[in-house]
Design a protein around this ligand. Structure first.
Ligand SMILES: [Zn+2]
Ligand SMILES: [Zn+2]
Length: 250
């Protein structure tokens, strides 16, 4: 599998990065995880506008899904070749309604489903193209999912947005790359069931036995180096910060 960080800024975009969006590729199949603010522009650095094969939305906060409205325009009003065929989109209950409402002026209430084929995510195991994926509900104010993606004996686990939860320890068990949010800073912000801090991300990686940790979703007002230091204090494996445009072979 190849992972490309399309955007990794937490909560709102930074000067260096769009919000959450990660491209996962294997066997020529392209699965995008989340499409937050600014992600659609960055995505075009890494693949063609119409070259995605499926999209997974971890939850419906704007910083994870709002560029789907822009992508609707690109697919619905495509200039050459006509309207795009529906692209599989996996998201929580209400994804189509959320995006239609956010767009505010779709030609009809069902226009989104002309270019997106919506599938409702529940905690389960299923196939997306060549990937076997496991989804679990995590601890966040809205229905939110973490996802484990397996291919060719390797695995990638993405936390989405979450507070501390044993569910994530289990989902990320022995995973090869753990892409984990660390939006908060230890000793600074502490709101249960919202976000992890760097230390909690490191502790989760340790409990899970994750082989590599990549911290992501760090907002522009937070010092990422502090969160990375906090994670390294409690996690002995390789740990680093996600950077927009960086790729990983898993
Ligand atoms: Zn978020
Ligand atoms: Zn969120």
């Amino acid at each position: 599998m190849k992972l490309t960080v399309v955007g990794c800024s937490g909560s709102f975009p930074s000067a260096e990065s769009a919000c959450s969006s990660y491209l996962v590729e294997a066997d020529g199949f392209r699965l995008l995880l989340d499409m937050g603010n600014g992600a659609l522009g960055e995505l075009q650095r890494h693949c063609g506008l119409y070259d995605l094969d499926a999209i997974f939305l971890s939850h419906l906060h704007a910083d994870h899904c709002i560029d789907m409205c822009a992508y609707f325009v690109a697919r619905y009003y495509r200039h050459e070749g006509g309207r795009c065929a529906p692209l599989p989109v996996f998201g929580p209950e209400g994804t189509e309604h959320r995006l239609t409402t956010a767009y505010a002026d779709t030609p009809s209430a069902s226009s989104m489903s002309e270019v997106f084929d919506f599938h409702t995510v529940k905690p389960s195991t299923f196939e997306i193209g060549p990937f076997t994926v496991h989804t679990e509900r995590v601890a966040h104010p809205v229905e939110a999912y973490a996802i484990r993606i397996e291919h060719g004996g390797r695995s990638l686990t993405y936390s989405g947005d979450t507070g501390v939860t044993p569910v994530l320890d289990e989902l990320a068990r022995d995973t090869d790359l753990f892409l984990c949010e660390a939006a908060f800073t230890h000793g600074k912000e502490s709101i249960p069931d919202l976000h992890l801090n760097g230390r909690e991300a490191g502790e989760t990686a340790t409990r899970a036995g994750a082989r590599r940790l990549v911290l992501t979703h760090i907002p522009p007002w937070t010092d990422p180096q502090v969160n990375l230091t906090d994670a390294r204090a409690v996690y002995a494996g390789p740990a680093e910060l996600a950077v927009s445009g960086r790729t990983y072979e898993i």
